[in-house]
Design a protein around this ligand. Structure first.
Ligand SMILES: Nc1ncnc2c1ncn2[C@@H]1O[C@H](COP(=O)(O)OP(=O)(O)OP(=O)(O)O)[C@@H](O)[C@H]1O
Ligand SMILES: [Mg+2]
Length: 467
């Protein structure tokens, strides 16, 4: 990462320097060129104004006068020629070309009517030349040639280049420092997070990331650790679940096996014994079937994770549950009552899932309430929530057990519950279904010492409002 960062910085700096130097030197040259053109044009204009003087000597003197005034204080060489390249004036006293032929490419182009310029390197340094025509009444009569030594531009650019190189070295050094720092701050924790994630993918949920550094990194680490905790808990639950399922399946199978073996080993069992044994076996098979049904319901709830909602008359739904449980309640001599608001209550729910949920808690209430007791189901609703309560006069549930009864396979009094045919899955199924509706379920102490299960469902007005 450090090498990439440094390489990117280096490339950026080099490109930046080349660009800056290019623009700078272009600007300096262009400024000089403009200044030279402006002088050349002034000279050309003035020469043009006095061109028709009869006295050539006088004209020459005037040209010299104008040109010298324009070029005073500069190191510009100025030459004025006629169209046959004969020099009318040359300010270079050493190589004074006066009356001689002065032939230059830019001058030739000027005499062809162009404003020409060129730059070249001479022994004396970089030189910039410009040349403009002298026109009289639209006719080219001569040319002005100016040449200036511009080595100072090269020197300025070289000085700036040196400064830029120093600046780049400093920036590069700082960027190395910063990238090492950044790698320490970001890369190291992230590589550790990656290691933890890889451990998770291998099924090892015990690894935790070190949480330190920047706030975002700390948050990321905490989130990862939290995910590990949850995955760990989930994994534990899964292992428990599998062992619970195996145990629950083994018990009836062992009983059936025992009954079969007893029948096989009996010498001449009478019909009544055979019937009794087969009856017991049938009971165990019923138990197995109930267990498998509930496991299937649970796995469907886990996997599908979606509802089939419709507008349901909740009052009628609860009434239906009461009717179907009436026979069991009567057999146990338990008084079953349904206390509902006068107006029927409608809500958008999954009919089957809610029916099963209410059935489960009402069935439990009957199952765990001793004979002669009471079970009351209440239904209320307002704009926001619909509340279904089932209260019994049974033994109640101790406070520390209350949250556990919703766990899979949890039975308060294992042997007693098993005797009643309980699989310990009813409330787990109910909770899953209620949570899917966006509702809650809880158990509190009932008014008469028993327990009160409370289902709260959000009121949904229209089908489709619900997820
Ligand atoms: N109304 C109640 N009063 C007292 N204990 C209860 C009541 N409802 C549930 N329980 C306790 O909670 C446990 C879990 O109930 P749950 O309905 O999940 O399983 P179950 O009734 O044993 O079996 P099933 O899967 O057939 O419903 C029960 O075994 C019982 O011990
Ligand atoms: Mg139950």
């Amino acid at each position: 990462m450090v090498a990439t960062y440094v390489a990117v910085t280096l490339i950026t700096l080099v490109l930046m320097c080349v660009y800056i130097l290019g623009i700078l030197s272009d600007n300096l040259y262009s400024e000089k060129r403009t200044a030279l053109y402006s002088k050349a044009n002034i000279i050309s204009q003035t020469v043009s104004d006095m061109w028709d003087m009869r006295d050539e000597n006088l004209m020459s003197l005037r040209i010299q006068d104008i040109t010298e005034r324009q070029l005073a204080g500069t190191n510009i060489r100025g030459v004025v020629t006629n169209t046959t390249y004969n020099v009318l004036y040359d300010n270079n006293s050493e190589s004074n070309m006066r009356s001689k032929v002065f032939m230059r490419d830019v001058l030739k182009r000027a005499l062809d009517g162009e404003q020409a310029n060129s730059a070249f390197a001479a022994d004396s340094g970089d030189t910039l030349t410009v040349s403009v025509p002298v026109e009289v009444s639209g006719e080219i009569v001569g040319g002005v040639y100016l040449a200036e030594n511009v080595s100072s531009i090269g020197e300025t650019v070289a000085t700036i280049r040196t400064s830029l190189i120093v600046f780049c070295i400093v920036i590069l050094f700082l960027s190395v420092l910063m990238s090492v720092g950044a790698s320490y701050i970001f890369t190291q924790p992230i590589s550790e997070f990656v290691e933890v994630a890889q451990a998770i993918s291998r099924g090892d949920f015990s690894r935790r990331a070190k949480v330190q550094g920047l706030r975002e990194i700390v948050q990321m680490g905490e989130a990862l650790n939290m995910m590990c905790d949850e995955l760990n808990a989930l994994d534990e639950k899964r292992k428990h679940f599998v062992s619970d399922v195996s145990h629950e399946l083994k018990t009836p199978m062992a009983a059936i096996k025992l009954l079969c073996d007893s029948l096989v080993q009996a010498d001449a069992p009478d019909m009544a014994t055979v019937r009794e044994f087969l009856g017991d076996m049938s009971g165990e098979i019923d138990r197995l079937t109930r267990l498998i049904d509930k496991l299937l319901t649970l796995s469907r709830l886990d996997a599908a994770n979606k509802l089939n909602p419709s507008r349901v008359n909740i009052t009628a739904l609860c009434g239906g549950v009461m009717r179907s449980l009436k026979k069991i309640a009567d057999e146990k001599n338990i008084r079953l009552s349904f206390d509902a608001a006068e107006n029927e209550i409608y809500n958008v729910v999954d009919y089957d899932k809610l029916y099963e949920s209410v059935y489960n808690i009402a069935e439990n209430a009957i199952k765990y309430t001793p004979s002669g007791g009471r079970v009351v189901t209440r239904l209320r609703a307002n704009d926001r929530v619909c509340i279904i309560e089932v209260e019994d006069t049974g033994p109640g549930i101790p406070d520390e057990e209350k949250p556990k009864v919703f766990e899979r396979f949890y039975r308060l009094d294992d042997s007693r519950a098993r005797d009643t045919g309980g699989t310990g899955l009813g409330l787990a199924i109910t909770r899953e279904a209620i949570l899917l509706h966006g509702g809650t379920i809880e158990v509190v102490d009932g008014e008469f010492g028993g327990s009160r299960f409370i289902i709260r469902l959000p009121m949904v007005k229209e089908e489709g409002d619900q997820s």
